[in-house]
Design a binder for this molecule. Structure first.
Ligand SMILES: [Zn+2]
Length: 438
């Protein structure tokens, strides 16, 4: 039976959904909170799922066909496929398109990078269940953990039921059918996990206990990460994927997170790096939401996770909100900026840039692209103003930011050298001009 994943037409309203009764329109409207009637509506039979054969080497699937597959593929020195790795395997339910994309990644199946030493412990976090805590001081940019996910599944609900859902069902009942079907489809995947990884999956938190999500989908909805590199982008496809890890699932939310995480395709891992200096015993955090908005909006975004955030910024929102708004305004004013494009003509005033820098730091927004932009503009402007010490300071900070966001500092060292030369030259010019004026 062909497997497919539901996509939601973003233009479609709930009213239209109820009219069309198309399964393909309901999948992304997953309910949360306390739902009164859950489970399959009367008269709807449970979905039967036949496990699908796995062949690591097979790549000639249709773009949109969904398959069960163990990843990453590994190749020997002659480039021959040797199958999935011996351990730390990821069970995936992905499209033919994505499987081909993974297979064509240079150096796929690369060794998992390990931090220089153990950086964290998992222990109780007050009022939040388990959390991740630093076991030592961790400098900004440092790799904290690289983890191969337990599983990767579509972000939407999934069914193998053919055709439309019976017309007499309400939208709510259609959602419940999809939730139940998704559970059946993903159970096949869970049963393919190695025993210790299966155990780890069932030990994850589940904040979707009362909306009809089963124990598998509930855990996926609670713990999944999404990454742009893992999307179906073939023509006519728009699906994202949910990537579920074990240890990384213990990262709690903060509106001032101290880490960046990114997807690394060759090693097939999620990598976590410090976005600023993290002190020993401090909780290591990430964000589940968009951070450049005021506290009330953040609370709305956190509602599906059943989180009422009481971080410093949320608790002191009268102080924090004006600062967040200042960051939003700064980003709006500098929206045309292109990363890595050094404009020799522009020489922004240092005052507003320094003010923006201080506001981002005060709000703990180092793990945002806005902060990277502030640093990049600051180092360039300091150099053009002939401010040698600050050019060095912000060029170094930008290199570390890039490393933590990107996994690589790129050409930052070379850039720092050039900017320092420019800063020194501008400084000499300024001194000469002053002498002339005397
Ligand atoms: Zn908060």
């Amino acid at each position: 039976m062909p497997l497919r994943t539901m996509h939601l037409d973003p233009e479609m309203t709930v009213g239209q959904l109820q009219k069309t009764h198309s399964i393909s329109s309901v999948g992304q409207l997953l309910p949360y909170g306390n739902i009164k009637h859950t489970g399959l509506p009367e008269g709807i039979e449970e979905l039967e799922q036949t496990p699908v054969e796995f062949n690591a080497g097979k790549l000639d699937y249709a773009d949109e066909q969904k398959i069960y597959t163990t990843q990453p593929m590994c190749f020997d020195e002659q480039g021959r496929l040797v199958g999935a790795p011996d351990s730390e395997r990821t069970e995936c339910f992905i499209s033919g398109y994505l499987k081909r994309k993974i297979a064509s990644t240079p150096n796929i199946g690369a060794r998992i990078p390990r931090p220089s030493s153990t950086m964290y412990r998992i222990s109780e976090s007050l009022g939040k269940g388990l959390g991740m805590f630093a076991t030592k001081d961790i400098p900004a940019g440092e790799l904290i953990l690289a983890e191969r996910p337990l599983m990767i599944v579509p972000i939407t609900a999934t069914t193998t039921r053919d055709g439309d859902i019976p017309k007499h069902l309400t939208l709510h009942q259609m959602q419940q059918v999809l939730l139940q079907d998704t559970e059946v489809v993903y159970k096949v995947l869970i049963d393919r996990l190695e025993p210790d990884r299966k155990k780890a999956f069932y030990e994850l938190a589940n904040s979707h206990l009362h909306n009809g999500s089963g124990p598998i989908l509930g855990r996926i909805r609670t713990n999944g990460f999404g990454f742009n590199e893992m999307r179906d982008l073939a023509p006519g496809m728009c699906g994202g994927y949910s990537i579920v890890c074990d240890e990384l699932s213990r990262l709690n939310h903060s509106c001032s997170p101290n880490t960046f995480h990114r997807w690394d395709m060759p090693s097939f891992t999620v990598q976590l790096r410090a976005a600023r200096h993290i002190k020993k015993d401090e909780e290591i955090t990430t964000t589940y939401i968009d951070l450049t908005t005021i506290a009330a909006n953040r609370q709305k975004q956190l509602a599906p996770y059943q989180i009422v955030c009481n971080c410093t910024s949320c608790a002191n929102h009268s102080v924090s909100d004006p600062r967040r708004l200042a960051c939003i305004n700064w980003e709006k004013q500098n929206a045309g900026y292109v990363f890595g494009h050094f404009d020799p003509e522009s020489k922004p005033a240092l005052g507003p840039l320094m003010a923006a820098y201080k506001t981002y730091v005060a709000e703990g927004l180092e793990a945002t692209s806005g902060f990277g932009q502030v640093l990049e503009m600051l180092m360039g402007s300091c150099a053009k103003h002939g401010d040698v010490p600050n050019t060095k300071l912000f060029a170094k900070k930008f290199g570390v930011w890039k490393l933590s966001q990107n996994g690589s500092a790129g050409n930052s060292k070379e850039l720092e050298r050039l900017l320092m030369a420019l800063a020194k030259w501008m400084s000499i010019m300024k001194t000469q001009q002053k002498l002339k004026l005397r």
